[in-house]
Design a protein around this ligand. Structure first.
Ligand code: ADP
Ligand code: MG
Ligand code: MG
Length: 869
């Protein structure tokens, strides 16, 4: 029942118990890096804390006191000492790093006595009172919920009265006076004196950190990042070192490589004579890390050595927090650095080339969904050159974004709900802005450096961000940006180039990026490992070609209905639907045939030797018809029939529940000639392309919505007859496959029978989920969010495949299908085919391929490789 570990007792493997920060502080201690001594109160203690009704129980307090005594002994300092007082920081540290989410208190232990001791032991009275006023504010804010502004306004007032700009310009008398004012504020707010007993301060602080685990910002962050709510946070109590002791002291943050592009070069910032969050909060403009070399060469080279040691030890890019106290370096934190997808790929490939990690490890390091960032459009160069530059800021997180500007997170969220693209513009962001940052296309801040809140969070989300754009004045109240003589108002368009840090007026057109270099190298490794093939869902030659660029190995689903909506075709489609005789219908279909044939020919062409699965018409015919009286009238005129007749026909076709209605193969039972026309187009196009030299063409004809083998037999017979007709007419042949979607639960559980007729199965998991769960896809949006917020579902089953239930139906179908036809080809073409956890499931099921939209192809490839490793 140990709840407290000294840093020298822990290790990086103990993350779930000590939290990320604690485990890494322990690890750094044990590999001989300079870490101020301290201890970690475990995540288990946090969970216990909630079980105990949010109190710290006596034996825990004893354990804390014991470890505190050890620190006192090591440093030869004591709480409240008038000669040489011990001060500590109280730092939260969850298992998964949650930037800015939890609160840290510095300089704890200061009181009226200790401040004198600190002045004495350091010979620096100004510094001592500066630390005290910082402590009172932080403690009051974090642990006692007294608004920060109450203190900040006093500080501002003091600076104004003194006619100075920076807090470093205040002298010790000023700070002493401030401390007295701060204590008064505390008394006004809490109706008791500022706590003077360090042990009481410590207990309150620990409680506050435990309680901050459940503050709304932390809850939102966990929800956004799928972090469980029951992990708890650890608390680190660490002896203080001081970056605010004068010109030989400072504090900073550095990445061992560039988190935007991965370049192998130290990247970071520091501030001389500053403490804690000063760098991150953007109080003063920080210096670039390389400048430390000129100011303190010795310390700089020590720091560089430490970063190298850490990177080698962790075998990954590190994000390091450090403090310098009178030219002595201390490390305060290390963790794997958050990075853009672009940087993640470059770092992973470089680490393999540097022999630090294996290809497998590199593959496992990239979160598949992150690749999305790399595939997305960038500004068209010419449009960019013509655009008006408004200002330049820091290139905080790469990407291209255009949108209307909004100044508050709520407004961005509302704009998104209206379907608008927007840019969140803030003086600087804070954790309260998270939801707005998620909803925005990009983020622009006027203050803050490369490691400011906006920059760190945006890079983590892969969202375009320009930070610290000091040329602009952001007025959040009047909702305007002022630049030089110009004003940009809320709702006007701007564009951001996050890689250059440039802000443009107006909207700029975007184009596809080229994928090359390390991305291609990485993806070849991915392809070496995966077994699953990855196909794409594409209905046009353009989409097909894009998917091939992204590595698609075929088309798993070519929907034919979208082709029918084409302006030139829809009249023929409608005539086909409303015709009352077979002759009329065939006439309309004959008009459509050459267009369909051209569609397929061009798609085969775009795909080259790769297989193409074409699904025959699926949606209810009603969807193709006009609905308003005006539209019906003009259609009736163009078709030369009576308005009333047409209206009757349209009403006849209306269904109460179209998803379960006259669609898919059921259409072909009533009107076999529709599938016959499509089959003819597929086969004729294949014969044409075969003639042009593509001998290996192998069209795969897919029949939707089969539930019973008898249905399949009927439709297949019609199709095969038509194929034979074409072969006879052309006196030529091609190989082809006829298969079915498995999307009706009855088909899944009678798959052994279905497989007697079907040469392949493709799981249509959208419909299979709809019918398996009985959730209407068109209506479920209304209530599934309640399922998610009430914890019944973690994710909508339409987004992430329900492996247990719907997955079970797939498993049954795979087993039964193979029983009848051992070599049956198996794939999936629902939305889930591009969702990483579902791809992994398909790998385990032994499917041959997954099929997904073109932009998800690289994601599916990576997920498929990770499934093997
Ligand atoms: P976060 O999780 O928000 O990064 P930290 O616990 O890392 O919070 O604390 C923020 C900053 O406070 C650190 O980067 C460091 O500069 C400062 N800090 C924390 N503990 C100490 C300490 N013991 N001595 C000096 N500075 C500290
Ligand atoms: Mg913080
Ligand atoms: Mg930190």
């Amino acid at each position: 029942n140990k709840f407290v570990y000294s840093f020298h007792e822990g290790s990086k493997e103990m993350k779930s118990l000590l939290g990320g920060k604690g485990a890494n502080l322990a690890e750094m201690t044990n590999i001989g890096l300079p870490v101020p001594p301290g201890f970690t109160i475990t995540t288990k203690a946090c969970i216990n804390f909630y079980d105990e009704g949010k109190t710290l129980w006596p034996s825990l307090i004893d354990e804390i006191k014991l470890h505190l005594a050890e620190v006192e002994k090591t440093l030869n300092k004591r709480f409240s000492d008038e000669e040489n007082p011990l001060l500590v920081s109280v730092r939260s540290g969850a298992v998964f790093s949650m930037p800015g989410m939890m609160d840290t208190i510095l300089n704890l232990g200061l009181n009226d006595k200790a401040v004198k001791g600190l002045a004495k032991s350091t010979g620096n009275e100004r510094f001592a009172y500066d630390s005290y006023r910082r402590f009172i504010q932080m403690f009051s804010d974090v642990a006692m919920e007294i608004p920060k502004v109450r203190f900040e306004s006093l500080l501002e007032e003091m600076k104004e009265n003194k006619g100075v700009h920076n807090d470093t310009d205040l002298n010790s008398e000023d700070l002493k006076a401030l401390v007295e004012m701060y204590k008064k504020v505390y008394f006004e707010e809490k109706h008791e004196e500022f706590p003077q007993d360090p042990m009481k301060q410590l207990e309150l602080a620990i409680k506050a950190v435990f309680e901050s685990w459940n503050n709304p910002r932390a809850m939102i962050y966990r929800k956004l990042n799928d972090i469980p709510h029951d992990l708890g946070t650890a608390v680190n109590v660490q002896s203080m070192v001081f970056g605010n002791m004068g010109d030989k002291s400072g504090t900073g943050v550095a990445f061992t490589r560039n988190p935007a592009d991965g370049e192998n070069k130290l990247f970071g910032e520091f501030l001389i004579n500053a403490q804690g969050e000063d760098v991150v909060a953007g109080i003063r403009t920080p210096n670039e890390i390389s400048e430390l070399k000129d100011i303190m060469p010795e310390v700089y080279s020590q720091f560089v050595d430490a970063t190298k040691k850490l990177e080698h030890h962790y075998k990954d890019m590190q994000d390091i927090e450090f403090t310098i106290e009178n030219e002595r370096l201390f490390l305060l934190q290390t963790r794997a650095g958050k990075r853009t997808a672009h940087a993640a790929i470059n770092v992973a490939v470089d680490l393999v080339d540097e022999n630090l990690i294996s290809k497998e490890e590199a593959i496992m390091r990239i979160e598949p969904n992150q690749l999305d960032q790399l595939l997305h459009p960038m500004f068209e160069p010419k449009a960019l050159a013509d655009a008006q530059i408004i200002a330049k800021g820091l290139p905080a997180s790469p990407g291209a974004a255009s949108g209307k500007i909004y100044f508050h997170a709520d407004d961005v969220v509302a704009a998104k709900a209206r379907g608008e693209k927007s840019i969140l513009v803030r003086q600087e962001t804070s954790p309260e802005d998270i939801e707005g940052m998620v909803a925005a296309e990009g983020i622009l801040t006027a203050r803050g450096g490369m490691t400011s809140h906006a920059a760190v969070v945006a890079r983590g989300m892969g969202k375009c961000c320009v930070a610290g754009c000091s040329e602009i004045r952001v007025d959040e109240t009047s909702k305007i940006i002022k630049v030089k003589n110009e004003i940009i108002k809320e709702g006007e368009f701007i564009s951001l180039d996050g890689s250059a840090g440039t802000v443009y007026r107006g909207e700029i057109i975007k184009i596809q990026p080229e994928l090359s270099g390390n991305f291609e190298k990485f993806m070849t490794w991915v392809d070496e490992f995966r077994r699953l093939k990855v196909r794409t869902n594409a209905d046009t030659p353009k989409d097909a070609a894009q998917a091939v660029v992204f590595g698609a190995e075929g088309i798993g689903l070519c929907r034919t209905e979208h082709m029918f909506f084409d302006e030139k075709r829809i009249p023929a489609v409608r005539r086909m639907i409303v015709s009352t005789t077979l002759e009329e219908r065939k006439k309309a279909l004959d008009e459509l045939l050459p267009m369909q044939r051209k569609d397929f020919y061009e798609i085969y062409e775009a795909m080259g030797e790769r297989p193409v699965t074409v699904r025959l018409l699926d949606p209810p015919l009603h969807e193709f018809l006009p609905h308003g009286d005006e539209d019906i009238k003009s259609l009736a005129e163009s078709m030369n029939i009576a308005f009333e007749d047409l209206k009757d026909r349209i009403e006849d076709l209306a269904e109460f529940n179209p998803m379960l209605g006259h669609r898919g193969c059921r259409l072909a039972v009533t009107y076999p000639e529709i599938y016959r026309m499509q089959t003819r187009a597929i086969i004729e196009a294949a014969l044409d392309i075969k003639k042009s030299g593509m001998e290996s063409i192998l069209p795969e004809i897919m029949i939707p919505l089969i539930g019973d083998v008898v249905e399949l037999k009927y439709v297949k017979k019609e199709i095969e007859e038509e194929i034979q007709l074409v072969f006879d007419e052309r006196n030529d042949k091609v190989n082809y496959l006829i298969g079915t979607m498995i999307e009706v639960p009855r088909a899944a559980i009678t798959a052994d029978e279905i497989a007697t007729e079907a040469e392949f199965f493709s799981f249509g998991t959208n419909d299979l989920t709809q019918m398996g769960y009985g959730f209407s896809r068109d209506d479920a949006g209304k209530f599934l969010s309640d399922y998610e917020s009430k914890g019944i579902f973690e994710k909508s089953p339409f987004e992430v495949l329900d492996q247990k239930g719907i997955g079970k139906l797939m498993e049954i179908a795979v087993d039964l299908g193979k029983k009848t036809r051992a070599n049956i080809k198996l794939g999936i073409c629902g939305e889930h085919g591009g969702e990483p956890s579902s791809v992994e499931f398909c790998h385990r099921l032994g499917l041959d391929y997954v099929s997904c939209s073109p932009y998800r192809v690289p994601i599916a490839r990576l997920a498929a490789a990770q499934a093997v490793i």
